[in-house]
Each structure stands twice: as C-alpha cells, then as structure tokens.
Design a protein around this ligand. Structure first.
Ligand SMILES: NC(=O)c1ccc[n+]([C@@H]2O[C@H](COP(=O)([O-])OP(=O)(O)OC[C@H]3O[C@@H](n4cnc5c(N)ncnc54)[C@H](O)[C@@H]3O)[C@@H](O)[C@H]2O)c1
Length: 271
C-alpha cells in the first residue's frame, strides 16, 4: 500500500519549521511521509521526509511536488503586506497553483494558512466569527480572503475538503498586550493543523487560529468539528506583556489587525 503523504508548502518558514518538528507526533499513523516544499533552503531530509523544492509561482513545479500527495498544508507565501503585484503573484496566483495542482493530482484535503488580516478592520470590542463578512486590512489580507474563496470553490465544484485557519499571532510566547488576545502557541498550532488534515468530513471550514486565550476576539466556531482543544492561554504571560502596547487612541490599538490597519503601513514594500 502507498503510504499516505502530506505536503507542506512554505516549510522553511517560521510556522513550517515548527510544524516540521511538532507535527510528527500527531500524524505518524495518518501520514508516515511528509513532503516539504519551499523556494528557500530546506536543509536535509530527516527520516520520513521528502524534499521537493519549488517556487509557488511556477505551476509545473508545484504540480510536480503534488503527485502522490493525499493532503496539503499550504503555508507558503508572503507573510506581510507588500506591493499588490507581489501579493497577487505569490499569494493569489501561488494559492491558485496549489489548489489547481491539488485537484489535478487527486488530493482530498487542503488546509490553508489564512490570517486575522482577512478581518483586521473589526474593532477589538467585537467577537469575530468565521461567518461574519470579511474586512481585510491590506492587500495581504485580501489575498487571504481570496484563498478562502478559492477553497470554497474547489470544495463546492470538486469536493476537495478545505480548512482555512485564520492564524492570528504565531509566536513562541506573547510579546505584547495584543498577543494576549491573538497568540497561537507552537504546540496548539501543531494540534490545530494536525486536526485540520485528519478530521473526517470537514467540508469547507474556516476557523480561528489561536490558543485558548481568555481575552480572544475570535470565536471558537468550528473547533469542535476538528476536535481542536487548545492547551495554552496567553493569560499566563499577562504580567510580562500587558504594559507593552501603543497609543490607545490610535486606530492600530483599536482594531484587530494592529499595525496593518495603519493607512501608511506598506510592510515589505517599504523595505
Ligand atoms: N506567523 C504568523 O503569525 C502568521 C499569522 C497569520 C498568517 N500567517 C500565514 O502563515 C503562513 C506561514 O507564515 P510564517 O510566519 O511561517 O511566514 P514565513 O515568511 O516565515 O514563511 C513563509 C514561507 O513561504 C515561502 N515562500 C515565499 N514565497 C514563496 C514562493 N514564491 N515559492 C515558494 N515558497 C515561497 C518562504 O520562503 C517562507 O519559507 C503564511 O501564509 C502567513 O501568511 C502567519
């Protein structure tokens, strides 16, 4: 029997490197083989790993990496604001390449790293559920809305199960007051992504990508479908970080997207 194979895009990145370390204990039986792809150096393959370097903007290369795969965790892309042209090429066209290659290769499940920036303009006073209208704060946020919409189409048209995980702040530990609401710890991320690829019958689902934070602004809707039960709560760091925040009268302190909602914020485009 062919072993079940999971493909992780963006595997050389922050979240990808953590999942590479931590997913194994959750996935052993389901996915004995993990194939890693990125356009950056992935190091050497460890036992149970395959390396498939590819640029997400190159459809043929993405398709090549997709053959023999059963499920995908799509993390690859620009993880910040950038020019519209760059965001379109990597995050939008790149995500199309992943979903279309998945369809052609007969993949059954795609899990997509969406973002809080799909809804970043919501005030912090509001509890955001995945079914509320999107309020993207940047071209980057728009690309995440696009990825979710494309996932919806690939589910309705082709039956590919799709989970969009709106990651908020993936960090080893919270660094400021905002993170008390938005933190996603590495071990909770591993559990959440593992559940997203293994839970049966997810259909199309968008969920909040956060730990069990007491001060969360995102509702846990859909976590029950996945069986995700976070183990961490940012509240444990309150004494260390509660005093770290900006001017409370500024829009960046009032909206969920933080600095991304500043009209002058251009992210990588300014570097
Ligand atoms: N880290 C967070 O808190 C956070 C929050 C919300 C959403 N996300 C999303 O999660 C995903 C992973 O985030 P991260 O923090 O690990 O980002 P990262 O920048 O560390 O990793 C992204 C990876 O994608 C790869 N990549 C970029 N362009 C590529 C291309 N053209 N072809 C192939 N690979 C390419 C990069 O080389 C990198 O290794 C991203 O999609 C990001 O938007 C992350």
């Amino acid at each position: 029997m062919t072993p079940h194979r999971l493909l992780i895009t963006g595997a050389a990145g922050e979240v990808g490197s953590a999942l590479r370390e931590l997913l194994r204990e959750h996935l052993g039986e389901h996915f004995p083989v993990i194939r890693l792809t990125d356009n950056r150096d992935l190091g050497s393959a460890r036992p149970g790993e395959e390396l498939a370097p590819a640029d997400l903007t190159d459809f043929d290369a993405v398709l090549q990496a997709m053959w023999g795969v059963d499920a995908v965790i799509h993390l690859g892309g620009i993880a910040d604001e950038d020019t519209y042209a760059n965001i379109r090429a990597v995050n939008m066209d790149g995500t199309y390449n992943v979903l279309e290659a998945a369809r052609q290769a007969g993949v059954k499940r795609v899990v997509f790293a969406s973002s809080i920036h799909a809804v970043g303009f919501y005030p912090r006073s509001e509890m955001v559920s995945p079914t509320m209208p999107v309020r993207p704060d940047t071209y980057y946020g728009v690309s995440k809305v696009f990825g979710e919409a494309l996932g919806r189409m690939y589910w309705e048209r082709y039956g590919i199960g799709f989970v969009g995980v709106r990651i908020c702040s993936f960090q080893q530990q919270p660094k400021d007051r905002r993170h008390l609401s938005t933190w996603l710890s590495p071990r909770d991320a591993a559990q959440l992504f593992a559940r997203a690829v293994t839970a049966p019958d997810v259909g199309f689902l968008v969920v909040a990508g956060i730990s069990g934070n007491t001060r969360r602004w995102m509702s846990p809707e859909g976590w029950d479908v996945l069986g995700y039960a976070p183990q961490d709560d940012a509240e444990a760091y309150v004494a260390e970080v509660e005093h770290i925040h900006g001017d409370e009268s500024d829009i960046t302190e009032q909206r969920q997207g933080g600095v991304f909602v500043d009209s002058g914020y251009v992210g990588r485009a300014g570097r």
